[in-house]
Design a protein around this ligand. Sequence first.
Ligand code: NIG
Ligand code: FE
Length: 424
Amino acid sequence: MDTFDVLLMNIGQLLTMESDGPRKGTDMKTLPMIENAAIGVKDGKVCFIGKNEEASHIKAEQTIDCEGKLVTPGLVDPHTHLVFGGSREHELALKQQGVPYLEILKRGGGILSTVEATRNATEEELFEKAHFHLNRMLSYGITTIEAKSGYGLDKETEMKQLRVAKQLDEQHHVDIVRTFLGAHAIPASHKDKSDEFLNEMIDLLDLISEENLAEFVDIFTETGVFTVEQSRKYLQIAKDKGFDLKIHADEIDPLGGTELAADLGAVSADHLVGASDIGIEKLANGNTIAVLLPGTTFYLGKKDTARARKMIEEGVAVALATDFNPGSSPTENLQFIMTLAALHLKMTPEEIWNAITVNAAHAINRGNTSGQLTMGREADIVIWDAPNYMYLPYHYGVNHVNRVLKKGETVFQRGEHVERLSLS
Ligand code: NIG
Ligand code: FE
């Protein structure tokens, strides 16, 4: 037998997450796991998975003793707004005074203030800033993410954001799937002219395709932003041009974005706090994945959360994400989102692990490459400083990562300075 490049021995619980497709409904209780396991890597790919004793004769360039701890696939964050200028800490005081999120936006703040900061930032500045956040994501065990534009709302800045995300995908260890969210808000220049604005965004689609800048198109379907009918027309055009679809649906007001996502065969419908019974039924009967964002409802101080229990009981495939952005969810910590999913969405640890690996990968068209550890797949692996899989949602607010391997190479290690390791 060839010498392996890396061999991880003495794994207490190895979550392989092996699954033929997304896990829907009560199948999310299934947690494929090997106890007292070992996993081997050759040329960046998984070349051995089995019991620890079966691996005792294997030779490897590097052997890592996992000391009986938990090992899982690299986490997948399927909804982030990674690239933006500035920050919005001043909005915290407005929130404390009870000013609603959509009211801040109406006053020209919120998303629109980040638009101004993003327009004013150079490509290099945006790259440096996003790189910083990406390093932090990696340090939290995330090896694949989705990243949206949407803080430009004009040709130049939307393209600038997407180019930065593409460059980061090429240069950073974390894989980045890109989404064009030009329809994220109505810029001041187009007040009361939202159709005209959407037409301008439609005009960008061919260019985005030609430069391979995005694989998904997304829209914020919400009161005061875009209506369901506008969203339907816009997304249908994007679909006809070959893009896959996502929707910011029923985040604050229950408008029917969930039904729209299912009708159009969107790959994911995201937020879904106000999703109707019919919307949930449609998701269950189709292939659209529900991406739930409990960090956002937590941070916006909402009493209501997405009805994860109902979704799972009805047969929906649920994924979880940070929604990392400067306004409604400024965190890169998907581990904290696990705790919120347990406490606020009442999801079980097994459901949560499926939601941040297999289902998250399918929510961004990466089900065949990310979110599982099976023979022949790229070895994106996290070694946790945790005794078992239930420990993560339980012990909250801290980073449990011990080591992250991307394609079999150690790219983050506790105690190491992340910048030193993270650029290829
Ligand atoms: O997913 N809801 C719309 N977009 C983001 C928030 C963006 C922002 O506030 O900057 C979200 O929550
Ligand atoms: Fe979002």
